[in-house]
Design a binder for this molecule. Structure first.
Ligand SMILES: [Cu+2]
Length: 115
């Protein structure tokens, strides 16, 4: 698991750098695929919380398939739409979440306990 965590944080660092570069492109949606307008509420993905970084608003999830992002199962860090989401979960929790690409970054829009 240590290796996975290190990898996840490397990815977080890389995506954070990318986000800063893209901040000036706010309002431009050319990066968004047309499919972004599809109904997304039903696209919940199962995951297990690996680590929570409240200060930076990042959650590391070992997640299943994410159909709306065409992403296979993996462990990685996500930004969260609202840091308050992180108050209700802890490492080891099974959750269901919905992620969308916001400003070029996969961002957790909804997070709920699963069992
Ligand atoms: Cu992933």
């Amino acid at each position: 698991m240590k290796v996975l965590h290190s990898l996840a944080f490397a990815l977080i660092a890389a995506s954070a750098a990318g986000a800063q570069a893209q901040t000036s492109k706010d309002g431009m949606s050319s990066m968004q695929p047309p499919a972004a307008g599809q109904p997304a509420a039903v696209m919940m993905t199962d995951a297990v919380v690996q680590k929570i970084d409240t200060a930076n608003g990042v959650i590391v999830l070992k997640h299943g398939d994410i159909p709306n992002l065409a992403m296979p199962p993996m462990t990685m860090g996500f930004d969260v739409a609202d840091k308050k989401m992180l108050d209700s979960v802890k490492p080891g929790d099974k959750v269901r979440f919905h992620v969308e690409v916001v400003k070029g970054k996969p961002t957790v829009m909804h997070l709920e306990p699963a069992r």
